[in-house]
Design a protein around this ligand. Sequence first.
Ligand code: PGA
Length: 250
Amino acid sequence: MSRKALIAANWKMFKTPAEARAFVEAFLPLVAGHERDEIALFPSPVLLPTVVEAVKGSKVAAGAQNIHFAEEGAFTGETSVGQLKAVGGTHTLIGHSERRQYFGETDEIVNKKLHTALKHGVVPIVCIGEVLAEREAGKTAEVLKTQVTGAFAGITAEAAGPIVIAYEPVWAIGTGKTATPEIAIDAHKIIRAEVARLLGVEVAAAMRILYGGSVKPDNCTSLIGQEEIDGALVGGASLKPDSFAAIVKY
Ligand code: PGA
């Protein structure tokens, strides 16, 4: 089965509205007519209206780096899925390792957010991945299976269609250390097998699994070019239009 790749830019806590607009103005001409892959930008929530406006008329999507699982309420500092949709966001990251590491997000919270995103028709990119100590202890498969099982609790095969997974080994994020294609392929196969166990082989075969962690123009082809790797979630190298465009065109 052929899966359309998704190349996603995670801008983290970078850029002002003016910088975001300048990025899009420079980036769109670089990817004009590029149909092979889907492209999505994930700016901070305060930049989203600017980015949505700037990408209008192109096929580039915009989404949030995080949503709350509640539809609304007294949750200071959070963004709801309804707010995301109201400003034109169509996608959201869920459970990025920085959310897990610095903001205490657990598999249970990830699961609640996944239910909320699906209920409201927002495309969720569920981020999972092992830390270095887990890899060195030979626990990578166990960690990935636990994260997939936890994230997917109560999700049915019928509802799972829009879900995208991003495999991001934590030791590769922002470190310049990229997983080899072999390491990434191995992890993706473990993840796909776990999805198959939970939701059936058809759902698993159709689900996109992205790789993330120090993806750069000079290593993207060897990763995204693999049959098992259905795109990339890019942090540092997504901040400059030319480098992100080079990755889109892997
Ligand atoms: P990086 O970040 O490309 O800078 O390693 C990836 C991510 O955190 O999604």
